[in-house]
Design a protein around this ligand. Structure first.
Ligand SMILES: C[S@@+](CC[C@H](N)C(=O)[O-])C[C@H]1O[C@@H](n2cnc3c(N)ncnc32)[C@H](O)[C@@H]1O
Length: 307
């Protein structure tokens, strides 16, 4: 699967999670099953690995890759649905939990999903195409100018959010904005050429913002962060790889809050986030903004002794 050595971030994720034979694990974002395969091999046939993905298409990809690994149990679910995932593990607490957030390159590179500003497709962006939630097109059609500006600013950290929102509203008066390249061109035309970001496409932030809004990504992450600790076994580990500062901030804050004070249940394992190596970024430019943080559930006895 990974020829030769493993990429730094994957190596570090495995080191921090340290899956051991017979352990119970959760991969809440199975994707193409790359991380899951490495974990499943390490926990072996006596272990349990619950692999969840909200996109049924990705779950089929993972199923194919993980064939023949007896520990694996695939579940079509949001990773925030912890009671359901625990049930899939036979009610056992997890020795390790992994989230590798965002979307996979398979989703991004499929124009029919609407995530890509490089190829034309419908402005959909739903992670689960069967879910009856508003698409990116619906948001662009209905949201008020101010709400659009807030969305681009908050979820995309887009400096030209107001200008872009204004341009969307004036374009939609002429006709629907329903194709990815139509939106990408509009953003390109709206941001002054000299202000185009150097290493990313000018529409990257707007697309990111819409994707986060459509899939309620920060809500799922916040829900997981509030609820995961009781589902960890004593000494259980959690590792989260995030791809933008909004996610990383949520993870950092939640780990800090749960590792300090008299009711602390976690010990933070990464004082600073782990980032990918230069070679890894060269090979996979999408990894450039990845940040990995991990924490460990404290032994109850230990926290009681420390107080
Ligand atoms: C970056 S990919 C994971 C890649 C995976 N670690 C691998 O090695 O192939 C992220 C995956 O998480 C899924 N996902 C994102 N948010 C989710 C959520 N709230 N619940 C379940 N799956 C989610 C996406 O559908 C996507 O398949």
């Amino acid at each position: 699967m990974f020829a030769g050595h493993l990429p730094v971030l994957l190596q570090e994720t495995l080191r921090l999670l340290s899956p051991a034979p017979g352990e119970v694990f959760l991969d809440g974002t199975a994707g193409a099953g790359g991380h899951a395969a490495e974990i499943a091999r390490r926990i072996g046939p006596r272990g349990i690995l619950v692999c969840a993905d909200a996109d049924p298409g990705m779950l089929s990809v993972a199923a194919e890759r993980l064939q023949g690994l007896p520990a694996v149990r695939l579940v079509h679910a949001d990773y925030a649905d912890l009671p359901r995932l625990r049930e899939a593990a036979g009610g056992l607490p997890f020795h390790g939990m992994l989230l590798d957030l965002g979307i996979s390159s398979l989703q991004l590179d499929d124009p029919s999903r609407g995530f890509s500003f490089r190829e034309d497709g419908p402005l959909d962006m739903r992670r689960d195409p069967g879910e009856p939630v508003p698409t990116a097109r619906d948001i662009l059609r209905k949201a008020r100018e101010k709400d659009l500006a807030d969305l681009f600013y908050r979820f995309g950290e887009e400096r030209f959010s107001r200008r872009i929102a204004r341009a969307v509203v004036s374009e939609r008066q002429r006709g629907p904005i329903d194709r990815t390249l139509q939106l990408a061109d509009l953003v390109k035309r709206t941001i002054p050429r000299k202000a185009w970001p150097r290493d990313i496409h000018p529409a990257t932030r707007v697309f990111q913002a819409l994707r986060i809004a459509v899939n309620r990504e920060l809500e799922s992450l916040s829900e997981f962060l509030e609820g995961f600790a009781p589902h960890l076994a004593k000494d259980g580990r959690v590792a989260i790889i995030s791809f933008h500062s909004l996610e990383d901030r949520l993870v950092k804050t939640a780990f800090r809050a749960q590792s300090t004070g008299e009711h602390a249940v976690l010990t933070v394992m990464t004082r600073k986030p782990v980032v990918p190596g230069e070679d890894e970024i060269r090979e996979n430019p999408r990894a450039r903004s990845a940040k990995l943080r991990a924490a460990r559930r404290r032994e109850q006895e230990e926290s009681a002794c420390n107080e």
